[in-house]
Ligand binder design. Sequence first.
Ligand code: NAD
Length: 543
Amino acid sequence: MPKGFFKIPEPVNERIRNYAPGTHERATLKQEIERLRSQVMDIPMIIGGEEVRTGNKVSIHPPHDRKHLLGHYHKGDASHVQMAIRAALDAKKKWAALSWEHRASIFLKAADLIAIPYGDTINAATMLGQSKNVMQAEIDSACEMADFLRFNVKYMSEIYQQQPHSPEFTWNRIEHRPLEGFVFALTPFNFTSIAGNLPTAPAMMGNTVVWKCSNTQVYSARVLMDAFVEAGVPPGVINLVFVSGPVAGQEIFTHPDFAGIHFTGSTEVFQHIWQTIGANIKTYRSYPRIVGETGGKDFIFMHPTAKIEEVVVAMVRGAFEYQGQKCSAASRAYIPQSLWPEVKKRMEDMIRGIRMGPPENFNNFFNAVIDETSFDKLASYIDRTRQDKDAEVIIGGGYDKTEGFFIEPTVILASDPQYVTMQEELFGPVLTLYVYDDDQIEETVEILNNTSIYALTGAIFAQDRYAIEFLTDRLSDCAGNFYINDKPTGAVVGQQPFGGARGSGTNDKAGSILNMLRWVSPRTIKENFLPPKDYRYAFMDDE
Ligand code: NAD
């Protein structure tokens, strides 16, 4: 039991290193990339603190270098999901009873490990396994992961401090208990930090977790798990399994002790999961917490008073960093007719300068998309656009999967503002533009509002303050993260809590106190110091 009201170290965002030529960080990272490339890693599942190997090995290749073998992971089946559930339930009592400052210490240590001794390894693994350039790996796997852990510890302590009022002779208290049962963390491929945050946020609040990562993120998930174990996360608290989504779902969503899901991924998968949970609702001991951050069709709206160079940079960085594989990536933009010729020219110039290739070569801004399924899907949208009369590919559009899954940064010009690539999430380096008449701002804003099912991020660019106020107001339901004169990507933990509404998720704001509150079930305790000794009330006395 704690014997003090401990003050946690005040978190600050991890410093982002720039990896410029000649820096120490560049030299050590390059060495680590070489070291990882020169070995074949054998990656087991981690269940109840044990390494579990099945012999059913799946090979891991960099998306940009298909022939190179990075390692294998051991694929599991339903029996491993059951083992992981049992391990989580067995570990629960002891973990939930551990004083909060010790849980805090473990995750603060994990943050320091990931930022410093594991920094090069986690960045190199993310670059090789997920095809991220060095800056994209740095802001994600080293920095954002450390930020999630440190800020979540702060939010945890703030939650425990939230206590009710107590009138005389009474002490009212609230205990923020972990959920009863186990939590399922189901994570996406595109951010190592999100993959790490989804199991650690509930674990920090005293829950035990079954973590199923994406098959295309196993390589960096392994490094995270090593850091968590070294930091002192006890056996059974976080159990990492490598199984297919439906196999995991079949075991998890039919278990009576399933207490909640922390999900990030596509809208389609989340809706399927929600339906399954709804259909099985009578199976569960409690109503499971359902937290899901999902897809986006994120917009940039350019007002006629916007500065052209600012919008063009926001479109290029917003749409093409990490090959557009960010839920927040700009994928549709609205450009006023009066500025279009100049916008087009500058975009063509800027995109022409983008170098595409493996992230091991630091000159490359742009790398490969995650896998063949994604490559084929993106190529088919590009092919379809080439046939359609309502849209044309005006920049890029080339693709080649000989060496790796490379799709050029691609810009589509749509004459129909409801064209399919203005509506659907493609999750790749494809930006669709619609050029609107300068006199039709209100109508275009209305179209923007009604074009897609998503409401994740969005950006407006304008110099006129009346326009900024108007657009901010009219687009209030279109984005959970809204940017004024900035690109719609790059949210920072502790600064811009992240999440969207409509089809984009439950908007529980990852990296904020709102998210952490989802992993506790409060118990209110009233203690009476002077309990009454007579059942009768004063009004019943004789006059
Ligand atoms: P995905 O939905 O394909 O997969 C997410 C996870 O769900 C993976 O672990 C996958 O194996 C699993 N899964 C897939 N089908 C399943 C099923 N039927 N049952 C159970 N589990 C299943 O997503 P992805 O391709 O890994 O990630 C990209 C998606 O994630 C995009 O839609 C992107 O917008 C979204 N995303 C959202 C945010 C956000 O904060 N809103 C952040 C990152 C990514």
